[in-house]
Design a protein around this ligand. Structure first.
Ligand code: RIB
Length: 300
């Protein structure tokens, strides 16, 4: 089974700061670095590093060569990514002394998908393949409808949440991967139990993977619920931790690994990503995940 990821590719301009700036505040950054990122690209890289056969689709601007090279270097098939006139997507990211971040996103070429381009990409995929989406490209509701009509499985990471997510028909989504904030934004409910309950009524056929930060993650689907804790590591930069979790989890699902193993691999991989700087470059290989000397068993 192939996976098609229609997703963003961004240059992340990362500023190391003491604290995330307050409104009206001016402060100096101690360091500035540029990384390849974008929720789409990060998730494709994580999928590929975890062993999935992944095709990335999306658009870069004339400055996009390094983003394409990052895909290719990590085993992501980038042949469907189109280069168009103008600028690629980029972000301005502040990372504070605790490794927490704040991200300002400029969509650029990521938001230039056309119906003609989308149809051309879909012509290479079929029933039984999977499509993955985040909310950093335009028209995700339409992409979901097309993939569903083709009989593809749809995985949706509704991040960042905005009104485009509200237009999506969740009953066409096979796997929804979200964090507690997105869970609240979709359901209006606080608390994992309430969010999962809401989703099981709203879209009973959708499997849900809810990540809960330091409280781990919960999978709900096929009549069961499974929880998994986190692995403790020194926090350097949390950027792309969620993307790493998503990619590793879906890769395990595609490889039909047991759900417990999928959660364990995804939790370990995202813990390693947190202990490293940057987005795509922080994502570990499967070998690194298997060999990392975690000190203790995952804790909730
Ligand atoms: O999830 C992390 C990503 O979000 C960053 O790489 C940035 O590009 C934003 O899209």
């Amino acid at each position: 089974m192939k996976i098609l990821n229609f997703g963003s590719l961004n240059y992340d301009y990362v500023y190391s700061v003491d604290h995330i700036l307050l409104p009206g505040e001016t402060s100096a950054a101690s360091r500035m670095e540029t990384f390849c990122g974008g929720k789409g690209l990060n998730q494709s890289v994580a999928l590929a590093k975890a062993g999935a056969e992944v095709w990335h689709a999306g658009m870069v601007g004339e400055d996009g060569e390094a983003l394409l090279a990052m895909c290719r270097k990590n085993g992501v098939n980038a042949s469907r990514v189109k280069t168009i006139p103008g600028k690629s997507g980029h972000t301005v990211i502040q990372v504070d002394r605790h490794g927490q971040n704040s991200i300002l996103l400029f969509g650029g070429s990521n938001r230039c998908l056309t119906r003609e381009y989308v149809d051309e990409v879909f012509s290479d995929f079929d029933r039984g393949d999977m499509m993955l989406l985040q909310n950093e490209v335009n028209d995700i509701d339409l992409l979901i409808d097309i993939a569903y009509e083709k009989g593809m499985r749809v995985a949706l990471n509704p991040s960042p949440f905005d009104e485009a997510v509200q237009k999506c028909d969740l009953s066409k989504v096979s796997i929804l991967l979200l964090n507690e904030v997105e869970g609240w934004q979709i359901s209006g409910e606080h608390g994992a139990e309430e969010i999962l309950e809401f989703l099981s009524h709203k879209s009973p056929g959708t499997e849900v993977l809810l990540t809960l930060g330091k409280d781990g993650a919960v999978y709900q689907g096929n009549g069961c619920r499974l929880t998994h804790g986190i692995y403790s590591v020194p926090v350097v930069d949390t950027t792309a931790a969620g993307d790493t979790f998503t990619g590793y989890f879906l890769s395990a699902v595609l490889q039909k690994k047991p759900m417990e193993e999928a959660l364990e691999l995804a939790s370990k991989a995202s813990a390693i990503a947190v202990s490293r700087k940057g987005a795509a470059p922080s994502i570990p290989t499967l070998e690194e995940v298997e060999q990392y000397p975690f000190e203790a068993k995952a804790s909730l």
